[in-house]
Design a protein around this ligand. Structure first.
Ligand code: ADP
Ligand code: MG
Length: 582
């Protein structure tokens, strides 16, 4: 339990102060909560004194007892509210910070990390897992601290009246904590088994649902249910088994406190009857024994939640422990934008995609990479932008190895436009500003004009504030592509990578798109992958990539004269729609 509290404190980062303040407020809250006991002691004492002296209790006594109660109640409400507020703010802020921190780290992780199964891991980490911490950590801390402090304060009051009872009440707290720690240990041992059964159940159900059309069409409803049924049964058995173990321990935990309370009542009555305990102390013990453990008892049921918090923090930690690509990177501003690949070899897994590639792209030149689909053209671009690290060789930008840069300082120099445009579910304005968030409206409009998209944006009902992806804003492929070009124009990076940027655009949009691309690539270092000859033929240099090698390189006029893949390509593609020579 203490370990988990400590972890939450570490997890809270710069909001630790607020959490600790909320603990302190919790302590004051607990003292206020115990105030009625003080009022009662005072009132009982006055009644007994009055009885002994044969007088009535005075109005002042009644008033004072009432005042103590009222102060206690008011304090309880006030400090309860303050503690709750501080704690909620601390929990929500620490979790939102964590989400942002993980988001920032994701940008600096190797692309290899984002395989499909990891995507589930990451998205659940930033959504539900952190959500669990956000919602539960505060409550749990509150319950533990209030329960503990309340019991200790009342035990101290009891000890003042009678040290023997004090010892019993404190012993019960210690014993209760021992049972609780056994409960924690059991829950740590057992949790993986539960998760295992849960995991099996989820995959069985998923498989069933994914194959539901086959199940239906083959009428196998009955039979194919078996795997799911078995998984459900297994999960039920495990969960029942676990609950049995837990319930026994939780019952034991509660027994400890109930027995201690009964012992205090019995002993004080016994001592009273022997004349060894005053009436006031006896009444005091009897009343206190009913309330002393009422809050600490509630801690018994939190061990499951503590475990959940622990495993949630474990999951976040695994994401945080993934090494960043640019841990040792520097913020470099290169003096030129020459790009060089030197003896680069690369494979995603076993299969070699690039084999000993060497090529140079001088600053301000336009090069095209052509070759069969799947040949590794996009991969070369990904290596330049360091989405992946090369297996052998070096990729240099402005004379520096891309590994020397921080991801941010590297990407400052590069804009990429892909075939499949990804626009965020946000306004057109924000989508354009994505590459340069500080841009003014004038700069955005200027970029949009250069990307030939200002006109159609103006015609939309909400103009630049139109939400993309919502009703009324169905943009065509070409329009989306031009927005992504406006984004790149605004970013104004020195190196532009166009990866089949014009491939999926209909002929009507083609002209405007070409104009936009011309604007984007003015005075830049350009790498284009294109399947249209019209775009490739004007390149300063064309690299033909095949079988992981650069098999030909040169200008269009040179390559067309050479016997080789390029000429064959042109001849085949000339007949196809995209490769007309005009
Ligand atoms: P091109 O752009 O020339 O069509 P790519 O560079 O996209 O080719 O891909 C080269 C090869 O690498 C292809 O066979 C492709 O299937 C494979 N590949 C691409 N991306 C990945 C990836 N993330 N993981 C594994 N293999 C990949
Ligand atoms: Mg490609």
């Amino acid at each position: 339990m203490l370990k988990t509290i400590k972890r939450i404190l570490i997890f809270s980062g710069k909001h630790r102060g607020k959490l600790i303040q909320s603990f302190a407020l919790d302590v004051i809250f607990s003292i206020c909560q115990a105030m009625p006991i003080f009022a009662m002691v005072y009132a009982l004492n006055s009644i007994i004194v009055a009885r002994d002296t044969g007088e009535n209790i005075t109005m002042e006594t009644v008033f004072l007892a009432f005042l103590i109660m009222a102060v206690g109640l008011a304090g309880k409400i006030l400090f309860g509210y303050l503690a709750n507020e501080k704690r909620s703010i601390a929990c929500f802020s620490m979790c939102s910070d964590k989400r942002i921190e993980i988001g920032d780290r994701l940008k600096r992780m190797p692309m290899g990390y984002f395989s499909s199964n990891r995507l589930g891991e990451i998205s659940s980490a930033v959504t539900t897992t952190i959500g669990d911490i956000e919602n539960k950590a505060g409550d749990i801390l509150d319950r533990i601290i209030v329960g503990f402090v309340h019991a200790v304060i009342i035990s101290i009051v009891i000890s003042i009246f009678d040290w023997r009872m004090g010892i019993i009440s404190i012993l019960a707290i210690i014993l209760g904590m021992i049972v609780n720690s056994i409960l924690q240990k059991k829950s740590i041992d057992i949790a993986p088994k539960r998760q295992e059964a849960q995991g099996a159940l989820v995959s069985a159900v998923l498989e069933y649902i994914q194959g539901i059309s086959i199940v239906k069409s083959f009428g196998l409803g009955e039979k194919s249910n078996r795997a799911v049924d078995e998984a459900i049964e297994e999960s039920r058995k495990r969960n029942m088994g676990l609950e049995k173990v837990f319930n026994k321990l939780i019952a034991l935990y509660l027994y400890v406190f109930k027995i201690a309370a009964c012992t205090i009542i019995l002993m004080s009555c016994y001592l009273f009857s022997g004349g060894r305990l005053s009436l006031l102390s006896t009444l005091m013990m009897v009343v206190s024994s009913f309330v002393i453990y009422s809050y600490i008892e509630l801690i018994g049921t939190v061990s499951g939640v503590l475990r959940l918090l622990d495993s949630s923090m474990d999951k976040i930690q695994t994401v945080e422990e993934i090494p960043l690509m640019d841990e040792s990177g520097r913020d470099i501003q290169p003096e030129n934008y020459n790009i060089e690949l030197k003896n680069v070899s690369f494979s995603y897994d076993e299969r070699k995609i690039l084999d000993n590639i060497t090529l140079t792209i001088p600053q301000n030149s336009t090069v095209a990479i052509v070759g069969p689909s799947g040949g590794g053209k996009s991969t070369i671009c990904s290596l330049i932008a360091r989405f992946w690290d090369v297996n052998e060789g070096r990729v240099l930008l402005g004379g520096y190895d891309v590994k020397e840069y921080t991801c941010e300082s590297l990407m400052r120099n590069i804009s990429m436009v892909f075939q499949n445009v990804y626009l965020f579910h946000d306004t057109i304005l924000n989508n354009i500003k994505f590459g340069y968030p500080e841009a003014t409206m004038e700069e955005v409009v200027e970029a949009a004009k250069r990307a030939s998209c200002h006109e159609f944006i103006e015609k939309l009902p909400e103009g630049y504030n139109t939400l993309i992806g919502e009703g009324g804003s169905s943009l065509s492929g070409g329009e989306k592509q031009r927005i992504s070009i406006a984004r790149a124009i605004l970013k104004d990076a020195s190196i532009i990578i166009l990866d089949e940027a014009t491939s999926s655009v209909d002929p009507e949009n083609e002209n405007q798109l070409q104009l936009a691309i011309r604007e984007l690539t003015k005075y830049k270092t350009v790498i284009m992958i294109a399947h249209r000859l019209s775009t490739v033929r004007n390149a300063d240099k064309i690299f033909v990539l095949s079988g992981g090698h650069i098999v030909q390189s040169g200008k269009h006029e040179e390559l067309i004269r050479e016997k080789g893949i390029y000429r064959e390509f042109i001849q085949i593609r000339k007949k196809a729609i995209g490769w007309n020579l005009g």
